[in-house]
Design a protein around this ligand. Structure first.
Ligand SMILES: Cc1cc2nc3c(=O)[nH]c(=O)nc-3n(C[C@H](O)[C@H](O)[C@H](O)COP(=O)(O)O)c2cc1C
Length: 135
């Protein structure tokens, strides 16, 4: 079973989570600027919401790599929403991509909300989620 990890991050929240998940299962976490170098059964996609949407960089990655992605497992750290699930699914479904119900999400700091999140516990929980899901 092949697994890849790609993430988009501005303040390193989603990056920290994805790196912990990747380390836990022995793969490399890379940014969405790095295309997949071949087909993968499972893609861990780190994408927290920005301005009620998926970042354009994530949309570009998904569009350009759609034919290489088996199933998507989402990691997100929103400040306001529970997760990015709805937004990522709404974009992925027309591309023929499935986003599994089994995602990882926690709060992410934004302005005066959720100071220090994701914290060490969130990062450890993301690693445990990856072990449970992919090992
Ligand atoms: C300009 C801006 C817009 C944001 N818009 C949303 C939003 O619409 N919904 C939400 O839940 N969080 C929103 N957030 C919070 C981010 O999703 C949150 O801080 C996340 O942890 C950032 O992850 P990153 O550091 O990996 O980029 C916004 C943050 C910024 C800076």
């Amino acid at each position: 079973m092949s697994i890849a990890v790609r993430y988009y991050t501005e303040s390193h929240h989603t990056e920290k989570l994805c790196k912990a998940a990747a380390d836990a299962i022995g793969v490399e976490a890379l940014g969405v600027n790095v295309p997949l170098d071949g087909p993968v059964d499972k893609l861990i996609l780190g994408s927290s919401p920005y301005k009620f949407a998926i970042p354009e960089e994530v949309k570009t990655f998904l569009t350009e790599n759609a034919n290489k992605i088996g199933r998507i497992y989402l990691v997100s750290a929103p400040a306001l929403y529970e997760s990015s699930m709805k937004y990522v699914r709404d974009f992925c479904t027309p591309l023929g991509l499935t986003v599994d119900d089994n995602d990882f999400h926690c709060k992410g700091e934004f302005l005066r909300f959720h100071k220090g999140k994701p914290d060490a516990t969130d990062i450890a929980n993301c690693a445990k989620w990856a072990e449970r899901t992919f090992k």
